[in-house]
Design a protein around this ligand. Sequence first.
Ligand SMILES: Nc1ncnc2c1ncn2[C@@H]1O[C@H](COP(=O)(O)OP(=O)(O)OP(=O)(O)O)[C@@H](O)[C@H]1O
Ligand SMILES: [Mg+2]
Length: 275
Amino acid sequence: MRVRGLRRVYGDVVALDGVDLDFAVGTFTAVMGPSGSGKSTLLQCAAGLDRPSGGTVRVDGVELGGLGERRLTLLRRDRIGFVFQSFNLLPSLTAAQNVALPLRLAGRRPSRGAVRAALDRVGLGERAGHRPAELSGGQQQRVALARALITRPAVLFGDEPTGALDTTTSREVLGLLRELVDREGQTTVMVTHDPVAASHADRVVFLVDGRVSGELTAPSAEAVAAHMAGLERGAGAGGSGPAAEVAGAVGRTGDAGVTGGAGRAGVVVGRSSSC
Ligand SMILES: Nc1ncnc2c1ncn2[C@@H]1O[C@H](COP(=O)(O)OP(=O)(O)OP(=O)(O)O)[C@@H](O)[C@H]1O
Ligand SMILES: [Mg+2]
């Protein structure tokens, strides 16, 4: 996926101001930045949920701007997965029925096997008959992930997918996202405010005022927190927010020992269109 010169203007608010980014197949990118910096707008435009005011978005070889509503809807349904902070599951439906719902609404009838396979991919094959109220927050988000993944989308987007979860459950979902990238080459783009969450990604892109202000590759939580603290100081926020507080937290889950901390991070300052 690639975006070029992406702009989104709402009235006199410039939410995105010329964003150029590449998202290589099979990579996991975190998007961070102060509140209002354009993170959700970037995801919505990249996912074809919102039409940009300018610039281009190419997903899976297709320029979204050239598509009419019908073809855009089909591409969104088949090639794009999206999960949100709130899991958006229907409480009266079982996990399996929730996973099948988007396809059923589109007039398709996914087989039980396909639904079960989607739930298996997120480790919930045994919970197919459970309703959301009978599942933990992390399990509910995993059902939402299964629903997003059932079509095998080219890109999975998450807008603060762990924002409503406690630390332990959040790590569980992040571990799963990482596994989907490593095991299945699932291209993934996730907005997060949490440096530890971002450290699960291959790279972090920082947005400020609708522009890319920098990137970190192989990010450690410490490096991300330090970068965010700098951005918040730059924005006059004093640098004492949550990002600053987690400086010193552990690096990416699964790293051997503590040597994988800040030393692994490669800092790329300024815009970069390579990946
Ligand atoms: N539908 C809309 N109508 C008007 N303004 C909007 C709309 N959506 C977003 N904006 C504005 O665009 C800017 C970017 O918003 P966006 O939601 O992308 O920020 P964000 O980085 O996701 O913030 P947060 O971290 O708080 O979720 C903000 O100034 C916001 O008020
Ligand atoms: Mg947002």
